[in-house]
Write a protein that binds this ligand. Structure first.
Ligand SMILES: O=C(O)[C@H](O)[C@@H](O)[C@H](O)[C@H](O)COP(=O)(O)O
Length: 237
């Protein structure tokens, strides 16, 4: 595991964007699972602005690690957030964008998306393998859309499952731990003071760390890189 701590969220955006650029410079087709929520916004803005014209996006395939079961035009949609902050600013073939179509039939989409991963991605040990899974962490210790109150979903034998947000009841389609931990690389992007307590518990294995899905991110074959700002890392320095 690599732990990178930067002074500001802007620096996290810069450093992750440079990491992404280096990965994208490969001459291979790259498959990346994107995270959602608000943290990626500044990162995608930086990536588009500084490397949007440098990267050959024709080799980059975007998927989502999780998606809210809402229309792609809904302000809650991770796809919409990604369009607004990245996809609308770069030249990427539509066929390289693999949206989660969860707005109508979440259960059916979890099956379909799991099959998309089977057919589109290379596999390792018969499990689809991403080149990079980008993750965020909620202040309750959730990651992708696997929440502490349904942490058992992490160990589902399925590639994707339907989860429910514990507060809003919003349904989400999410990849599971078998996919995350089979990735060649996992980048955890966590910023802000609100995350500091859980970051400390997880990285120092204190208190209730074992009850947080984010603690279960332990890639079997690949690298795990934390990109933190000072605020999120204040409990581990
Ligand atoms: O759909 C989502 O919400 C995410 O994928 C989720 O796992 C997110 O990464 C965390 O909730 C952190 O979200 P913030 O970046 O908004 O704090």
């Amino acid at each position: 595991m690599t732990l990178n701590i930067y002074d500001t969220k802007d620096q996290v955006a810069k450093e992750f964007s440079e990491y992404f650029r280096d990965l994208a410079m490969s001459d291979q087709t790259i498959h990346i699972a994107l995270s959602g929520g608000s943290t990626p916004k500044i990162i995608f803005d930086y990536l588009a602005e500084h490397f949007g014209s440098e990267i050959d996006w024709s080799k980059i395939n975007f998927y989502w690690g999780d998606e809210r079961c809402v229309a792609p035009t809904d302000s809650e949609s991770n796809y919409k957030m990604t369009v607004d902050h990245l996809l609308s600013k770069i030249e990427i073939p539509e066929s390289n964008i693999h949206r989660v179509l969860g707005e109508n039939d979440p259960e059916g989409e979890a099956v379909r998306y799991g099959q998309v991963l089977e057919t589109k991605l290379p596999n390792l040990n018969d499990i689809p393998q991403f080149d990079l899974v980008m993750l965020g962490m909620g202040d309750d210790g959730h990651t992708v859309s696997i929440f502490p109150d349904s942490i058992s979903l992490w160990d589902s034998p399925e590639n994707c499952v339907v989860a429910t947000h514990p507060d809003s009841g919003q349904k989400r389609v999410t990849i599971t731990g078998k996919i995350v931990n089979n990735s060649k690389a996992v980048a955890f992007l966590v910023t802000g003071a609100g995350k500091a307590e859980k970051v400390q518990e997880i990285l120092k294995k204190e208190k209730d760390f074992a009850s947080y899905p984010a603690h279960l991110v332990q890639p079997l074959h690949g690298e795990l890189i934390w990109f933190l700002d000072q605020d999120a890392a204040k409990g581990i320095q």
